[in-house]
Design a binder for this molecule. Sequence first.
Ligand SMILES: [Cu+2]
Length: 304
Amino acid sequence: MRLWTSLGGIAASTAAALAGTAASAQGLEIVGRPVDGLMGFQPAATELARDLQGLDHMLLIIITVISIFVTALLLWVAYRYSASRNKTPATFTHNSPLEVAWTVVPIVILVFIGAFSLPVLFKQQEIPVGDITIKVTGYQWYWGYEYVDAGVSFDSYMLGAPATGGDNRLTPEVSKQLAEAGYTDDEFLLATDTAVVVPIGKTVVMQVTGADVIHSWTIPAFGVKQDAVPGRLAQLWFKAEREGVYFGQCSELCGLAHAYMPITVKVVSEEVYAKWLEAAKAGDVVLSAADVEAYSTVQVAANN
Ligand SMILES: [Cu+2]
Protein backbone atom coordinates (compact mmCIF):
# COMPACT_ATOMS: atom_id res chain seq x y z
CA MET A 1 0.00 0.00 0.00
CA ARG A 2 2.76 2.33 0.99
CA LEU A 3 4.54 1.38 -2.27
CA TRP A 4 1.52 2.39 -4.32
CA THR A 5 1.20 5.63 -2.44
CA SER A 6 4.83 6.55 -3.09
CA LEU A 7 4.59 5.43 -6.72
CA GLY A 8 1.48 7.58 -7.05
CA GLY A 9 3.43 10.43 -5.49
CA ILE A 10 6.28 9.96 -7.97
CA ALA A 11 3.83 9.85 -10.87
CA ALA A 12 2.11 13.00 -9.67
CA SER A 13 5.37 14.89 -9.22
CA THR A 14 6.64 13.69 -12.62
CA ALA A 15 3.43 14.90 -14.23
CA ALA A 16 3.79 18.22 -12.43
CA ALA A 17 7.39 18.50 -13.58
CA LEU A 18 6.41 17.73 -17.17
CA ALA A 19 3.60 20.27 -17.00
CA GLY A 20 6.11 22.77 -15.65
CA THR A 21 8.48 22.06 -18.52
CA ALA A 22 5.69 22.47 -21.03
CA ALA A 23 4.68 25.78 -19.47
CA SER A 24 8.19 27.20 -19.50
CA ALA A 25 8.79 25.88 -23.02
CA GLN A 26 5.98 28.14 -24.13
CA GLY A 27 7.71 31.05 -22.45
CA LEU A 28 10.90 32.47 -23.89
CA GLU A 29 14.05 30.53 -24.61
CA ILE A 30 17.21 31.88 -23.03
CA VAL A 31 19.44 32.50 -26.05
CA GLY A 32 22.02 35.17 -25.28
CA ARG A 33 24.05 34.17 -22.26
CA PRO A 34 27.53 32.90 -21.48
CA VAL A 35 27.69 29.12 -21.06
CA ASP A 36 30.12 27.30 -18.77
CA GLY A 37 32.94 25.62 -20.65
CA LEU A 38 32.15 27.15 -24.03
CA MET A 39 34.29 29.60 -25.99
CA GLY A 40 33.57 32.05 -28.76
CA PHE A 41 30.57 34.22 -29.42
CA GLN A 42 27.00 33.95 -28.25
CA PRO A 43 24.56 33.01 -31.03
CA ALA A 44 24.10 35.98 -33.36
CA ALA A 45 20.58 37.34 -33.13
CA THR A 46 20.99 40.31 -35.49
CA GLU A 47 22.55 40.97 -38.87
CA LEU A 48 25.08 43.21 -37.10
CA ALA A 49 26.22 40.41 -34.81
CA ARG A 50 26.50 38.02 -37.77
CA ASP A 51 28.62 40.55 -39.66
CA LEU A 52 30.85 41.16 -36.64
CA GLN A 53 31.37 37.46 -36.05
CA GLY A 54 32.12 36.88 -39.74
CA LEU A 55 34.67 39.68 -39.63
CA ASP A 56 36.28 38.22 -36.52
CA HIS A 57 36.50 34.83 -38.24
CA MET A 58 38.14 36.34 -41.30
CA LEU A 59 40.66 38.30 -39.21
CA LEU A 60 41.51 35.20 -37.22
CA ILE A 61 42.44 33.39 -40.43
CA ILE A 62 44.55 36.33 -41.68
CA ILE A 63 46.47 36.80 -38.42
CA THR A 64 47.04 33.06 -38.13
CA VAL A 65 48.56 32.89 -41.61
CA ILE A 66 50.75 35.96 -40.92
CA SER A 67 51.88 34.65 -37.53
CA ILE A 68 52.78 31.24 -38.94
CA PHE A 69 54.65 32.83 -41.88
CA VAL A 70 56.71 35.20 -39.69
CA THR A 71 57.48 32.52 -37.09
CA ALA A 72 58.58 30.06 -39.78
CA LEU A 73 60.76 32.73 -41.39
CA LEU A 74 62.42 33.56 -38.05
CA LEU A 75 63.05 29.88 -37.27
CA TRP A 76 64.50 29.28 -40.72
CA VAL A 77 66.81 32.33 -40.53
CA ALA A 78 67.96 31.40 -37.00
CA TYR A 79 68.75 27.88 -38.20
CA ARG A 80 70.19 28.51 -41.66
CA TYR A 81 72.23 31.64 -40.82
CA SER A 82 73.47 30.75 -37.34
CA ALA A 83 77.21 31.43 -36.77
CA SER A 84 78.06 27.72 -37.04
CA ARG A 85 76.28 27.19 -40.39
CA ASN A 86 77.13 30.55 -41.94
CA LYS A 87 80.78 31.19 -41.08
CA THR A 88 81.26 34.17 -43.41
CA PRO A 89 78.21 36.42 -43.28
CA ALA A 90 77.21 38.44 -46.35
CA THR A 91 78.10 42.14 -46.16
CA PHE A 92 75.45 43.67 -48.42
CA THR A 93 72.80 46.06 -47.09
CA HIS A 94 69.45 47.04 -48.61
CA ASN A 95 67.40 45.14 -51.11
CA SER A 96 65.03 47.47 -52.91
CA PRO A 97 62.60 44.89 -54.35
CA LEU A 98 62.29 43.24 -50.90
CA GLU A 99 61.73 46.59 -49.15
CA VAL A 100 59.04 47.56 -51.64
CA ALA A 101 57.41 44.17 -51.12
CA TRP A 102 57.31 44.38 -47.31
CA THR A 103 55.79 47.83 -47.56
CA VAL A 104 53.24 47.09 -50.26
CA VAL A 105 52.06 43.67 -49.05
CA PRO A 106 50.96 44.93 -45.59
CA ILE A 107 49.19 47.88 -47.28
CA VAL A 108 47.30 45.46 -49.51
CA ILE A 109 46.38 43.33 -46.49
CA LEU A 110 45.12 46.40 -44.57
CA VAL A 111 43.11 47.66 -47.55
CA PHE A 112 41.61 44.18 -47.92
CA ILE A 113 40.62 44.11 -44.23
CA GLY A 114 39.28 47.67 -44.45
CA ALA A 115 37.12 46.73 -47.42
CA PHE A 116 35.29 44.31 -45.14
CA SER A 117 35.45 46.09 -41.77
CA LEU A 118 34.44 49.62 -42.79
CA PRO A 119 31.04 48.63 -44.23
CA VAL A 120 30.27 46.79 -40.96
CA LEU A 121 31.42 49.81 -38.94
CA PHE A 122 29.22 52.14 -40.99
CA LYS A 123 26.26 49.78 -40.71
CA GLN A 124 26.67 49.80 -36.95
CA GLN A 125 27.24 53.53 -36.58
CA GLU A 126 24.74 54.92 -39.08
CA ILE A 127 21.61 54.97 -36.97
CA PRO A 128 18.48 54.22 -39.02
CA VAL A 129 15.03 55.62 -38.30
CA GLY A 130 13.75 53.42 -35.51
CA ASP A 131 10.35 51.75 -35.19
CA ILE A 132 10.86 51.98 -31.45
CA THR A 133 13.05 54.40 -29.53
CA ILE A 134 14.18 53.51 -26.04
CA LYS A 135 16.27 55.78 -23.85
CA VAL A 136 18.51 53.93 -21.46
CA THR A 137 20.24 55.63 -18.55
CA GLY A 138 23.02 54.05 -16.52
CA TYR A 139 22.93 54.67 -12.78
CA GLN A 140 25.11 53.45 -9.92
CA TRP A 141 24.10 50.56 -10.08
CA TYR A 142 21.10 49.80 -12.24
CA TRP A 143 19.59 50.76 -15.58
CA GLY A 144 16.62 53.01 -16.25
CA TYR A 145 14.57 52.60 -19.44
CA GLU A 146 12.17 54.96 -21.13
CA TYR A 147 10.03 54.01 -24.14
CA VAL A 148 10.11 57.49 -25.59
CA ASP A 149 7.01 57.31 -27.82
CA ALA A 150 4.89 55.17 -25.49
CA GLY A 151 5.57 57.10 -22.31
CA VAL A 152 6.56 53.95 -20.45
CA SER A 153 9.50 54.07 -18.08
CA PHE A 154 10.91 51.77 -15.44
CA ASP A 155 14.11 50.81 -13.67
CA SER A 156 15.81 47.45 -13.97
CA TYR A 157 17.64 45.86 -11.05
CA MET A 158 19.55 42.61 -10.82
CA LEU A 159 17.59 39.86 -9.08
CA GLY A 160 19.46 39.58 -5.77
CA ALA A 161 20.55 43.23 -5.70
CA PRO A 162 19.73 45.26 -2.56
CA ALA A 163 16.82 46.91 -4.41
CA THR A 164 15.18 43.49 -4.81
CA GLY A 165 15.86 42.49 -1.21
CA GLY A 166 19.22 40.74 -1.63
CA ASP A 167 22.86 41.59 -0.99
CA ASN A 168 24.37 40.64 -4.35
CA ARG A 169 24.88 37.05 -3.28
CA LEU A 170 23.11 33.89 -4.34
CA THR A 171 21.04 32.99 -1.28
CA PRO A 172 18.14 30.50 -1.16
CA GLU A 173 15.74 33.47 -1.27
CA VAL A 174 17.40 34.84 -4.41
CA SER A 175 17.35 31.37 -5.92
CA LYS A 176 13.59 31.29 -5.27
CA GLN A 177 13.17 34.75 -6.81
CA LEU A 178 15.05 33.58 -9.91
CA ALA A 179 12.90 30.45 -10.23
CA GLU A 180 9.72 32.51 -9.89
CA ALA A 181 10.90 34.77 -12.69
CA GLY A 182 11.61 31.74 -14.92
CA TYR A 183 15.40 31.64 -14.47
CA THR A 184 17.80 29.11 -12.97
CA ASP A 185 20.70 29.79 -10.60
CA ASP A 186 22.94 29.89 -13.70
CA GLU A 187 21.32 33.19 -14.62
CA PHE A 188 22.21 34.83 -11.29
CA LEU A 189 24.21 38.02 -11.96
CA LEU A 190 22.50 38.27 -15.38
CA ALA A 191 18.75 38.22 -14.72
CA THR A 192 16.94 41.42 -13.79
CA ASP A 193 13.57 42.12 -12.19
CA THR A 194 12.26 44.03 -15.22
CA ALA A 195 13.46 43.58 -18.78
CA VAL A 196 13.63 45.58 -21.97
CA VAL A 197 10.88 44.09 -24.16
CA VAL A 198 11.16 44.52 -27.93
CA PRO A 199 9.32 43.00 -30.87
CA ILE A 200 11.08 40.70 -33.32
CA GLY A 201 12.04 42.14 -36.71
CA LYS A 202 11.63 45.80 -35.74
CA THR A 203 14.37 48.40 -35.76
CA VAL A 204 15.05 49.46 -32.20
CA VAL A 205 17.09 52.60 -31.56
CA MET A 206 18.53 52.91 -28.07
CA GLN A 207 19.60 56.32 -26.81
CA VAL A 208 22.31 55.68 -24.26
CA THR A 209 23.37 58.04 -21.49
CA GLY A 210 24.68 57.99 -17.93
CA ALA A 211 23.36 59.83 -14.91
CA ASP A 212 26.38 59.73 -12.63
CA VAL A 213 29.49 58.07 -14.06
CA ILE A 214 30.27 56.30 -17.34
CA HIS A 215 28.52 52.95 -17.79
CA SER A 216 28.24 50.87 -20.95
CA TRP A 217 25.18 49.14 -22.34
CA THR A 218 25.64 45.97 -24.35
CA ILE A 219 23.94 42.83 -25.60
CA PRO A 220 26.69 40.59 -27.06
CA ALA A 221 24.25 38.49 -29.09
CA PHE A 222 23.05 41.67 -30.84
CA GLY A 223 26.59 42.89 -31.59
CA VAL A 224 26.01 46.22 -29.84
CA LYS A 225 27.90 48.08 -27.12
CA GLN A 226 27.75 51.75 -26.31
CA ASP A 227 29.27 53.80 -23.51
CA ALA A 228 26.72 55.66 -21.41
CA VAL A 229 28.40 59.03 -20.83
CA PRO A 230 26.81 61.64 -18.53
CA GLY A 231 25.75 64.71 -20.50
CA ARG A 232 25.80 62.93 -23.85
CA LEU A 233 23.15 61.02 -25.73
CA ALA A 234 24.81 58.29 -27.79
CA GLN A 235 22.87 55.87 -29.95
CA LEU A 236 22.93 52.25 -31.03
CA TRP A 237 20.48 50.20 -33.01
CA PHE A 238 19.52 46.58 -33.58
CA LYS A 239 16.90 44.49 -35.29
CA ALA A 240 16.49 41.18 -33.47
CA GLU A 241 15.76 38.13 -35.62
CA ARG A 242 15.08 35.53 -32.97
CA GLU A 243 12.67 35.47 -30.05
CA GLY A 244 14.21 34.81 -26.68
CA VAL A 245 15.89 36.20 -23.61
CA TYR A 246 19.23 37.96 -24.01
CA PHE A 247 21.66 39.10 -21.35
CA GLY A 248 24.36 41.74 -21.16
CA GLN A 249 26.41 43.35 -18.40
CA CYS A 250 27.58 46.89 -17.74
CA SER A 251 30.85 47.07 -19.66
CA GLU A 252 32.52 50.17 -18.22
CA LEU A 253 34.00 50.02 -14.72
CA CYS A 254 31.54 52.23 -12.87
CA GLY A 255 32.21 51.62 -9.20
CA LEU A 256 31.59 49.24 -6.34
CA ALA A 257 28.58 47.34 -7.74
CA HIS A 258 29.63 47.45 -11.41
CA ALA A 259 29.27 43.67 -11.59
CA TYR A 260 25.72 43.82 -10.29
CA MET A 261 23.92 45.86 -12.93
CA PRO A 262 23.17 43.37 -15.71
CA ILE A 263 20.89 43.87 -18.68
CA THR A 264 18.00 41.65 -19.77
CA VAL A 265 16.29 42.02 -23.15
CA LYS A 266 13.30 39.93 -24.15
CA VAL A 267 12.57 39.64 -27.86
CA VAL A 268 8.94 38.68 -28.41
CA SER A 269 6.41 38.51 -31.22
CA GLU A 270 4.71 41.73 -32.28
CA GLU A 271 1.45 40.58 -30.68
CA VAL A 272 3.04 39.87 -27.32
CA TYR A 273 4.87 43.19 -27.51
CA ALA A 274 1.67 45.12 -28.19
CA LYS A 275 -0.08 43.43 -25.26
CA TRP A 276 2.91 43.98 -23.00
CA LEU A 277 3.06 47.65 -23.93
CA GLU A 278 -0.62 48.01 -23.03
CA ALA A 279 0.01 46.39 -19.65
CA ALA A 280 3.16 48.47 -19.14
CA LYS A 281 1.23 51.68 -19.78
CA ALA A 282 -1.14 50.53 -17.05
CA GLY A 283 1.84 50.07 -14.73
CA ASP A 284 2.66 46.34 -15.06
CA VAL A 285 6.03 46.36 -16.79
CA VAL A 286 7.13 42.82 -15.92
CA LEU A 287 6.69 40.34 -18.78
CA SER A 288 6.48 36.91 -17.12
CA ALA A 289 6.55 33.54 -18.87
CA ALA A 290 2.84 33.25 -18.08
CA ASP A 291 2.25 36.62 -19.76
CA VAL A 292 4.07 35.49 -22.90
CA GLU A 293 1.88 32.41 -23.01
CA ALA A 294 -1.33 34.29 -22.27
CA TYR A 295 -0.63 37.04 -24.81
CA SER A 296 0.27 34.45 -27.49
CA THR A 297 -2.93 32.47 -26.74
CA VAL A 298 -4.94 35.62 -27.29
CA GLN A 299 -3.29 35.90 -30.70
CA VAL A 300 -4.08 32.26 -31.62
CA ALA A 301 -7.68 32.77 -30.57
CA ALA A 302 -7.87 35.95 -32.60
CA ASN A 303 -6.56 34.14 -35.67
CA ASN A 304 -9.24 31.50 -35.34
CU1 LIG B 1 27.80 50.52 -14.76
